[in-house]
Design a protein around this ligand. Structure first.
Ligand SMILES: Cc1cc2nc3c(=O)[nH]c(=O)nc-3n(C[C@H](O)[C@H](O)[C@H](O)COP(=O)(O)OP(=O)(O)OC[C@H]3O[C@@H](n4cnc5c(N)ncnc54)[C@H](O)[C@@H]3O)c2cc1C
Length: 374
């Protein structure tokens, strides 16, 4: 296949499609704005389809990489596995793609720091904050009404994982986690989360470099007291240790099902095309499936245009299914009719109520005590 392909983004989606297209004989170049690879990036995927992963790498049927497992997979290992499947020099790190020129031509150009470069196909695998998306669709992500606070910390010496839930004002607040392999020098990590309804006013739209407002950049003062009050002391101790010895970061949940993922020779893949709650456990899986679907359509169809049309229809459909799964998750964490109340305010109200109850029962005790002496 004599195609010049540019892939923007070298995360799981970008490396998957680069593997698939390279096996089909395309000339693939991947441009990633981060200065280096993600082999030590923390975090885990709940479940991994090992057959899909091997198919992407071209190892289908073999035992594949010994570290590719079905559950609790460390992101960095999977990334490395895909990276090693590519020809040397395929990925260019530290290249921040800003613009596409001649977007509607059959040879669109990527504007790179050394000038424009022409390709036959541009794949936007640049995630939820995609710069390529506006060249394909006007559809924008919408906020799901809640945020996942993710915690990563070595398991050594830290009792966990946390587990607890509370229903407040009709919304479910939940903390949970599981162990996963970490980078070699760290060992096993607790990969944990707190799902928390948070009003949209406290988060930022998923544009480059902006996720949350100032008050949520560090672990906010109310976070540990909130966990203590609603999930108990053991969970609070875990999150305290996690924020001191590991990393706690907020991930506002945004959702998107694009109405189209192909516009001429520019296409979207992964989170650039569809965004869903981490609770679905299917975002990375869907990005990998997109890559495999694109490869299959290119192999089967006679022309590039026909293959891209099939890719568009299939990916839009799967994106809509993922979106529905994500909406289902939102019905627990930010149900329709939920009145946006910040966790800080909920905590303040709960503590005031507790104080009032304590004062009332103290009064009652005093009365009882006085009664004994009448
Ligand atoms: C806390 C959390 C837990 C999750 N758990 C799971 C799970 O268990 N299972 C699952 O399947 N999914 C899970 N997901 C979802 C999954 O992480 C995403 O769906 C997946 O990473 C999407 O991959 P992607 O390659 O499309 O985009 P991304 O991973 O977002 O990668 C986009 C890449 O593009 C690069 N980039 C962006 N803009 C540019 C530019 N202009 N120029 C060059 N490079 C650029 C970025 O630096 C990045 O490397 C989880 C997500 C979160 C937040």
């Amino acid at each position: 296949m004599d195609l010049r392909v540019a892939v923007v983004g070298a995360s799981l989606g970008g490396l998957s499609v680069a593997n698939v297209l390279q096996h089909l004989g395309a000339h693939v170049e991947v441009f990633e704005c981060f200065p280096k690879g993600f082999h030590t990036r923390g975090g885990a995927l709940g479940a991994v389809d090992t057959e899909l992963v091997r198919e992407i790498r071209g190892d289908a049927g073999s035992s594949g990489h010994r570290q590719i497992k079905g559950h609790g997979h460390f992101y960095g290992d999977l990334w490395q596995y895909f990276y090693e499947g590519l020809e040397e020099g395929t990925v260019h790190f530290g290249v921040d793609v800003q613009e596409v020129l001649e977007a509607s031509s059959k040879a669109p150009q990527l504007l790179l720091s050394d000038g424009p470069r022409e390709f036959d196909l541009i794949v936007g695998a640049d995630g939820g904050k995609s710069s390529i998306r506006p060249y394909v669709t006007k559809k924008l992500p919408t906020y799901a009404g809640y945020t996942l606070w993710r915690g990563l910390v070595p398991t050594k010496g830290i009792a966990g994982p946390p587990s607890g839930s509370a229903t407040i004002g009709g919304a479910e607040y939940q903390t949970l986690g599981f162990p996963c392999p970490g980078p070699e020098d760290t060992g096993t990590l607790w990969n944990c989360g707190v799902y928390m309804a948070i009003p949209e006013i406290n988060v930022e739209a998923p544009t480059r470099n902006r996720q949350v407002r100032e008050g949520m950049k560090k672990v906010p003062d109310w976070f540990i007291p909130f966990v203590r009050h609603f999930f108990g002391d053991t969970n609070a101790k875990f999150w305290e240790e996690c924020s001191e010895k590991g990393k706690v970061s907020p991930h506002p949940v945004w959702e998107l099902a694009a109405d189209r993922v192909v516009n001429g020779r520019i296409i979207l893949l992964g989170d650039a095309a569809h965004m869903a709650s981490p609770r679905t456990g299917a975002g990375a899986y869907t990005a990998m499936s997109d890559a495999v679907m694109l490869g299959a359509a290119l192999q089967r169809e006679k022309t590039l245009e026909e293959a891209l049309q099939i890719y568009n229809d299939d990916t839009v459909k799967r994106g809509q299914q993922l979106f529905q799964q994500s909406r289902q998750a939102a019905s627990y964490f930010a149900p329709s009719g939920w009145k946006p109340v910040s966790p800080a305010k909920l905590l303040e109200d709960a503590l005031l109520r507790r104080k009032a109850e304590e004062a009332k029962s103290e009064k009652g005790l005093i009365k009882q005590f006085q009664g004994c002496f009448r």
